[in-house]
Design a protein around this ligand. Sequence first.
Ligand code: NAP
Length: 634
Amino acid sequence: MGQAGVDRDYIRKAMDAADLNAVRMALYQNTGDPALAALPQAQNMSDEQRNSLKQQAVDWLEANASTTRLPEPDDAELRKLMSMATAEDLGQLEFEARREQTAFKDYPFLVQWDGDKPEIPSDFRVVIVGSGFSGVVMAVQCQLLGIPYVVIEKGDEPGGTWNINRYPDVRVDTISLTYELSFEKDWRWKEYFGRGEEVREYLNHVSRKFGVYDNTRFGHALTRASFDEASGKWLLDVDTPDGPERMEASVLVTATGLFANPKIVEFEGRDLFRGQIVHPARWPEDLSLKGKRVAVIGNGSTGIQMVGAIAEQAEHTCVFQRTPQWIAPRDKYGQPMEPEVHWLMDNFPGYWNWARYMAGAPLFDTHALVCTDPEWQAKGGKVNPVSDAMRGDLAAYIERETGGDRSIIDRVLPDYAPMSRRPVVDNGWYRALTRDDCELVTDPIARFSENGIVTADGTEHPLDVVVTATGFEVVKYLWPAQFYGRGGLEVHDMWEAADGPRAWIGAMVPGFPNMFMLYGPNSQPVSSGPAQSTWFTIWSAFIGRCLMKMLREGASTIEVTREAYEAYNKALDVESRNLVAMTKEGGIEKNYYVNNEHGRLQVNSPWYGPVFQKMFAEPDWDAVELRKESQPAT
Ligand code: NAP
């Protein structure tokens, strides 16, 4: 068994399950063998090249397997490796954006003092609202900087959206290796796409391992926050298990998520229905669907994810679709991660880094998919060459999954472009529709009756349980708590008086000093960046930079200027115009990315990912104003 602690057959098996791009990269980093650099990417290798790569890796691992981690290579070497990994010449912007994705550092993306830590005033404290992914990451950022903080969480454990969403078959739909946090390097996912309960377990683990859990007050719900101009502090009214409490914060960070408030649709006759109505974010633990007639209204990521599992249990399943969705398959979705792959991650230095990097690589180059190409359109194309090709591929997938059943295909094929809405991942949805006990209903819902749902054509669909997978009130940022800034202005009132929620780089609002939002308005990058959890890290690091600047300069407040906020939002509106989501091809009114009331982008940032990322990594300090307590407001 030698150095490896496992036999040759085991390593060979590991190679069969491994990502060969990651194998090639890790092996090259360990050996420097130029023949490996000359190999094409795995998908373009001949059988002979693949076999020989596996053989070389088995030989090397048998003699050299080790649990040590590789140090981060210097810039030139890292850039060479990254270019080799995805077979492209990386521009400086892309290199800077992606370099920490390799996660050789202990705390990629996060910031640390470099020997010049100022004294932190004894009453300085950050309060973070929410202990989902973003709240936990922000807490780790504070911890790294040695800045006192407390997390308040209305639930009784960390988890955020993963705590409230416990519907059948809930799981991540981006591969777990990219969804995990880059500073926690020891978690080994049970499945390639982790189930909800494992994501909760993971976040709990991260929270405890990095000391956040002990600084979290569970069962604490913020109801009202007001900025006290005299003291420069936020005064927080918090409901706690022991009654209302007043807390004070030097800096307030909201990490309450985009999907905190379920959208409850007031269907006519809803109250008449004698069966059970359930929103997925309020799934009753003891709900059994066995032998029942079940409806699922909605085919966003949530509705699509659960139908396969529901159809397995229910006697009859009715899928109510208002708008067709583009639904794509994912490689290894629903598959367990092989123990041999876990072994590689633990014993093949560099393998975990490159497996993670390569798993995220398809996200790097998605900008072309979301932008229209007027020249292409003038020649008769729908959006642009890659978008149109994707449309063809997805249409072919629908054809395959439904066995060519036109009665389904004609009703589920969207008439707008892919990627204009949030991509939805197939979890056996099309297959479920082909079952004898599953019915697709596309006639509009007219009303609920005592026995079920009546559609516009007059048909009554008898039902026992209706699942309303109708989404979330994404436009209600920070709701239901209220936030009063300078002059007693409430943030929702301010937004409502204009054209809905806006922010500067999704994080700051003028008149609300020392307040930062994680996942604020227009902050979800539309393309070409890392997975969402890494954005939480990037945003938290930006707040970390602001905290460092405040403390270094002895400032008591930091605030975005109104001019910067307005100029940024003007530019954002212009940049949005080119996005397919905002055009006829994207079916503009059919989209939660879009604020239909005001006809503008509300959830996404329209910028090319690396450009948006740079706004956080190298903040425009001219956009913010720092003041000492004694200075009056300008
Ligand atoms: P969603 O994408 O907003 O979808 C809501 C669905 O309900 C749509 O099909 C919508 O139809 C339908 N609907 C809304 N109001 C309706 C009405 N009055 N009558 C009939 N149908 C109605 O919400 P979601 O599926 O909960 O997903 C929200 C987000 O959560 C996702 O985009 C994703 O970011 C996240 N998510 C992630 C995962 C994951 O990673 N595993 C899983 C689930 C959700 P229209 O299209 O016609 O509006």
